[in-house]
Design a protein. Sequence first.
Length: 165
Amino acid sequence: MTDGQVTVQGPKGKLTHSLPAGIAVTRDSDVLRVARAGEGRQARALHGLTRKLIANMVQGVSGGFSRTLEINGVGYRADGRTNALYITVGYSHPIMYQLPAGVTAKVEKQTIVTLEGNDRQLLGEVAAGIRALRPPEPYKGKGIKYAQETIRRKAGKAAGAAGAS
């Protein structure tokens, strides 16, 4: 802890976070304690946020985080190469998604992409960016979705209304 910054280092890398004003972090042997200067609403919110961000940093550099995406649709697939994902999701060309430093991707069976990294916030942003390329649609369920996500399906047009003209 130096100059309002907390740095956490472990086997999976090194992460740094700037502390907001009014928040102090102290270290007692192997325990980090987060304290706030006042009892205002903003100070209480920043206290909890800072505590969770530091906890995520510690978990990230020790064990890391992962996020799994599933690609559903005929002809939809992904191909992982060094620092890039090539995703084919119904456009006229495959989309190259450049992965930032600190995030790696593994492609299983061309339809399951597992993203791994030590920074939880960056990993979530990358997963959301990939999902935004072709979000799942509610009628057939085609698109890119998170593995734990459930898509609410719609019935579509009624069969009898299609024949009436």
